[in-house]
Design a protein around this ligand. Structure first.
Ligand code: BES
Ligand code: ZN
Length: 890
């Protein structure tokens, strides 16, 4: 068949042909940090497994030296040169056509090439830093998902695993790192060549190199693995916390999977310009500075927590992802969902006092939110072109993925789940796996129909809301595909339902396989007061004297809607503090989602919120803050005349805990109190709470005079900055100018991020515009602009006009999720159909594949907001309810 093939037949394909497989790459690279160019040579050992006269591999943005290409066949000592060399730009492939068929078996493909260290934060790129007051370049790689091909020609798909033998020629004074340790160094005048040990088989997207000036801290794990954290020169102290977390996490995962970390070393490096948060390159994990560095004096508690979660996430990938790799990007969620879930497992083990599993619910809530859109996608998603891969690094793969894993773990039991994962890792080590391979292992270990259950969660988009009612002598429940616009989808799931009645000791489990089911009331209530008659039990439920909570501790990926009697009983249960924090969280979030979808009124949501006046749990309060922020935002559109009352209601609700916590940290206070304080004060500042604004101003002045003052510790700084921005106008810009001074004077990325996050919160549109223009100035790194795009209600129109004016430049400068970030931040605040149309029109001629999904999702969100605004306007009891909830006016 070889003769019939022509180059055209490889165009427009989603995957590379499989007639040749790479076994080993011998890669030599020489980056030039002053000209930002690099050259390279490659010898790839290739196993030709089928009859062909072609080799097809990936390459992009590279200049390949055609004359250098040759295929050496060791057996016959033949050297074959291709007669055709074609680089197909749109498919990012390099096709080599030989005159004759290639002999079956091993050959070595030699290629020389050259490229540019780009400024796009992908492939082999340039990042910059300051050293002794001088601006310097470093060279860094970021290959996931499909950018290894921008550094060297390769079979750039996760299933083509191979060994990598890498060497780097760099200036002698620099540090050069790769996945494996250095085994040999040759110095030749100003240049040294570092030869790295050959790696075990791995996928191309995990190959990494870093060249620059760094300091490091080091520890040896109990297993003898050398672990290092590399930071900017002079900052290595800030790497100690992450180093300790890494050593402890490696040990934990080794025990969990019953498989050790397989490489001899693990380096973790802070990179000043970095598109994502962190990247799990095998043995050389790269991070944004804020995700790796922690400084006791200058970092907030939330920063500490994100270091733990990020390190634990990337280290989980060393097993789940690097040792066992997804077979194709359709199974990306196996990587990201699992790493996300495992990072909480690790954080809980390292810091049990953080109640991290409650935080898991809130951190992964965007999975629920995104999956309630018709523009969502299944966890397992078809990928037809490389350009589609980046967009699925979204809340479906991460958050929904992690949540359905938690659901399954809770259904099968922790110990059975762990055993199965350990056998899965052993079975597929150094190889690739698909979603169904994991189900098969879990099914064998548990004896449960895992595949049948889980297919309903990973192969179709969306999730159910379960409506629960008391009818006759039974508790009836009906599932229906939940959509945030209030319509009903056509999905159906196998739902692991759990419920408890009156106490957590009285729990039931049912696997709901059909649209609806019911349970006898007598069976649900059991016999806490056994002599009550059945009629008595039913009356008790209807009267709210017995509470029934579905989805105990929110382990299931579904929502619940209760009939009026059941809902009332749950409100009493909250008031009497009988529900777990996870269940308090879940009730609030379900009610909020149902309210947004106009399935419940805003009045009923406010009545529920009123039961949380004594709430103390960090995550629940944090969610109350999120909910209140969104309600205030749409209320400004829907019911401006009641906005003041609504804000007052939320101020009253949050004041209890805000006053308890005050502005300053107390000795030995909990991590959660530290995080909560900042969030509460920020919310009060946004709602215009007078006392908070005044106190913020006083403390901010003190901070301006003395950056070490105890009056404004890192945890409360964001709140003070937001408070200051509430009062800035074109006539009095002093607060804005002071914030810019803080931005310019600090050398800490976390501090800069706090300032950027505050600037747009100003109600004055002219200031918002100035802040947005600042984001595009050379003073803000491209990676950080996303922090500054969320604006106040009053700033959203100007932000949209600004996006349109600057779109040409923006879409040229940013790509991937950073570019989509502009659209979601600026479009989703709108709440009307007219605006949705306007946005649609603008992008009609400007949309491209990498932003298409985000644009559709953002437009859908605008229409959902618009629908919600209508719903709120139609809520005739709102004024009355609000009056009842507010303290009587004097
Ligand atoms: N594999 C990803 C990094 C990545 C993201 C590569 C998007 C390509 C496209 C990494 O493991 C990751 O998930 N990083 C997260 C941090 C984590 C704590 C959720 C990130 O970058 O946000
Ligand atoms: Zn990840």
């Amino acid at each position: 068949m070889g003769e019939e093939q022509s180059i055209d037949q490889f165009k427009g394909q989603s995957r590379l042909p499989k007639f040749a497989t790479p076994r080993r790459y011998d890669l030599k690279l020489k980056p030039d940090l002053s000209t930002c160019k690099f050259t390279g040579t490659l010898d790839i050992t290739v196993d030709v497994v089928a009859d062909t006269r072609f080799l097809v591999l990936n390459a992009a943005d590279l200049t390949v030296d055609n004359d250098s290409i040759c295929f050496r066949v060791p057996e016959s000592s033949k050297e074959l040169s291709p007669s055709e060399v074609v680089l197909v730009e749109e498919d990012e492939i390099l096709v080599l056509g030989f005159d004759d068929r290639l002999p079956i078996g091993d050959g070595v493909l030699g290629i020389s090439f050259a490229g540019t260290l780009n400024d796009q934060m992908r492939g082999f790129y340039r990042s910059t830093y300051e050293y002794n007051g001088e601006k310097k370049n470093m060279a860094v790689t970021q290959f996931e998902s499909v950018d290894a091909r921008r550094c060297f020609p390769c079979w750039d798909e996760p299933a083509f695993k191979a060994n990598f033998k890498i060497s780097l020629a760099v200036p002698t004074e620099l540090v050069a790192l790769s996945n494996m340790p250095v085994i040999e160094e040759k110095v030749d005048g100003p240049v040294k060549t570092l030869y790295f040990e050959e790696s075990p088989v791995m996928s191309t997207y995990l190959v990494a190199m870093v060249v620059g000036l760094f300091d490091y801290v080091e520890a040896i794990s109990p297993d003898g693995v050398t672990v290092r954290v590399y930071c900017q020169v002079g900052k290595s102290n800030q790497g100690k916390f992450a180093l300790d977390v890494a050593v402890r996490t490696l040990d934990l995962y080794k025990r969990y999977f019953d498989v050790p970390y397989v490489l001899p070393k693990l380096d973790m490096v802070a990179i000043p310009d970095f598109a994502a948060g962190a990247m799990e390159n095998y043995g050389l994990v790269t991070y944004r500075e804020t995700a790796l560095l922690y400084d006791d004096l200058h970092s907030a508690a939330s920063g500490k927590q994100s270091v733990v979660i990020t390190v634990a996430h990337e280290l989980a990938h060393q097993w789940f992802g690097n040792l066992v790799t997804m077979e194709w990007w359709t199974h990306l969620w196996l990587n990201e969902g699992f790493a996300t879930w495992m990072s909480y497992l690790a954080a809980d083990s390292l810091f049990p006092e953080w109640n991290i599993w409650i935080q898991f619910l809130d951190d992964n809530i965007s999975g629920f939110n995104l999956d309630a859109l018709s523009e969502s996608h299944p966890i397992e998603v078809d990928i037809n072109h490389a350009s589609e891969v980046d967009e699925i690094f979204d809340s479906i793969s991460y958050d929904k993925g992690a949540s359905v894993i938690r659901m399954l773990q809770s259904y099968l039991g922790a110990s059975c789940f762990q055993k199965s994962l350990a056998s899965y890792i052993k079975k597929y080590a150094y190889s690739n796996a698909k979603t169904e391979d994991l189900w098969a292992v879990l099914e064998e270990e548990s004896g449960e129909p895992v595949k049948m259950i889980m297919n309903t969660w990973t192969k179709q988009k969306g999730y159910p809301v379960v409506y629960v009612t008391v009818k006759d002598n039974a508790l009836e429940f009906v599932q229906s595909h939940f959509l945030a616009d209030g319509s009903v989808g056509d999905g159906q799931w196998i739902v692991p339902i759990t419920l408890c009645c009156n106490s957590y000791d009285n729990q039931k489990k049912i696997l709901l396989k059909t649209k609806s089911d019911k349970l006898d009331i007598g069976e649900v209530i059991g016999s806490p007061n056994g002599n009550t008659t059945l009629m008595g039990k039913i009356t008790n439920i209807k009267d709210g004297r017995n509470w029934i909570k579905f989805n105990v501790d929110q382990t299931g990926f579904y929502r619940v809607s209760y009939d009026a009697g059941l809902a009332a009983a749950l409100i009493s249960a909250i008031n009497e503090n009988q529900l777990s924090a996870m269940d308090r969280y879940g009730l609030l979030d379900d009610s909020f989602a149902l309210c947004m979808a106009c399935k419940q009124t805003l009045s009923s949501l406010l009545l529920l919120l009123n039961a949380y006046r004594k709430e103390l749990e960090y995550t629940v309060l944090s969610h109350i803050i999120t909910v209140s922020g969104k309600v205030v935002y749409v209320a400004a559109d829907a019911i401006p005349e009641l906005l003041g009352d609504i804000k007052q209601f939320f101020i009253d609700l949050l004041k209890f805990s805000a006053e308890k916590l005050g502005w300053e940290s107390r000795d030995g206070e909990s991590h959660l109190d530290a995080m909560l304080r900042g969030e509460l004060l920020t919310a009060l500042a946004k709602f215009g709470h007078d006392k908070t604004l005044k106190e913020a101003a006083r403390r901010f002045d003190a901070f301006l005079n003395d950056r070490t003052t105890s009056l404004l510790p890192p945890d409360t700084r964001q709140a003070a900055y937001v408070a200051v921005m509430q009062g800035v106008t074109m006539w009095d810009k002093s607060g804005y100018d002071s914030l810019l001074r803080i931005y310019r004077e600090t050398d800490q990325s976390e501090e800069r991020e706090r300032v950027l996050r505050s600037l747009g919160s100003c109600p004055d549109p002219d200031i918002v515009l100035e802040a947005l223009n600042f984001m595009l100035s050379p003073e803000v790194r491209n990676q950080d602009v996303v922090y500054g795009l969320r604006t106040s209600w009053g700033g959203r129109e100007i932000a949209w006009a600004w996006l349109k004016d600057n779109w040409e430049y923006i879409s040229k400068t940013w790509s991937g999720s950073l570019l989509s970030g502009f659209i979601s931040a600026i479009v989703t605040p709108f709440c009307s159909e007219e605006k949705a149309k306007e946005v649609e029109e603008f992008f009609a001629t400007r949309v491209k594949p990498s932003i298409a999904r985000t644009l559709k999702q953002s437009l859908e969100k605008v229409r959902i907001n618009s629908n919600w605004v209508q719903g709120i306007m139609n809520d005739s009891s709102l004024e009355e309810v609000l009056k009842g909830l507010l303290p009587a006016k004097q």
